[in-house]
Design a protein around this ligand. Structure first.
Ligand code: ZN
Length: 133
C-alpha cells in the first residue's frame, strides 16, 4: 500500500490483530514499545514498510485533543489508541517486513527539538471515538 493510503478503523484493527499475534522475537522489538517511545538509534527502519496513514486530510490541522476517559495520560502503556485524537491523528503506520508487527509513528515537534516516536499497534487499545466525546 502507498504511504498516503488512508487507513480505515477496520484496516487498523486488522493490522493490530496481525501484529499482536506474532510471537517470534524480532530485531524491531515493536512489541516492547507499549507506550510512546523515542525511536531507538538501533531501530531497523530499513525493514519497515509503510502501511498507510491516519491523517484524514493533509491540508487540515488535526486536533491536539487527547482521549483519556479512564485516567491515563500520554505516556501510559494502557492509554487508548484513539484514532481521531492526538497523536494517532498525525501518525503513519508501518509494518515490519520481517515479523509482521505494526506500529504507529509520528514526529513530535517541541519548541527546540523534533523527536520521532513509535508505539506498537495493540488491538485492545484502539478506539474510534469522535473528537469532543
Ligand atoms: Zn519485526
Amino acid at each position: 500500500m502507498a504511504p498516503d493510503h488512508l487507513l480505515s478503523s477496520d484496516d487498523i484493527m486488522a493490522l493490530a490483530r496481525t501484529s499482536s499475534a506474532v510471537e517470534r522475537p524480532c530485531t524491531c522489538r515493536i512489541d516492547s514499545f507499549r507506550e510512546w517511545t523515542r525511536v531507538p538509534a538501533d531501530f531497523p527502519q530499513a525493514q519497515m514498510r509503510p502501511a498507510g496513514t491516519l491523517m484524514p486530510d493533509p491540508y487540515a490541522e488535526p486536533t491536539y485533543a487527547e482521549y483519556h476517559p479512564h485516567g491515563t495520560n500520554y505516556w501510559s502503556p494502557d492509554a487508548p489508541i484513539a484514532l481521531r485524537h492526538f497523536p494517532a491523528n498525525r501518525c503513519t503506520v508501518q509494518q515490519c517486513s520481517v515479523c509482521g508487527r505494526a506500529c504507529l509513528r509520528y514526529v513530535e515537534a517541541g519548541g527546540y527539538y523534533v523527536e520521532p516516536r513509535i508505539r506498537a499497534l495493540a488491538p485492545d487499545l484502539i478506539v474510534d471515538a469522535a473528537v469532543g466525546d
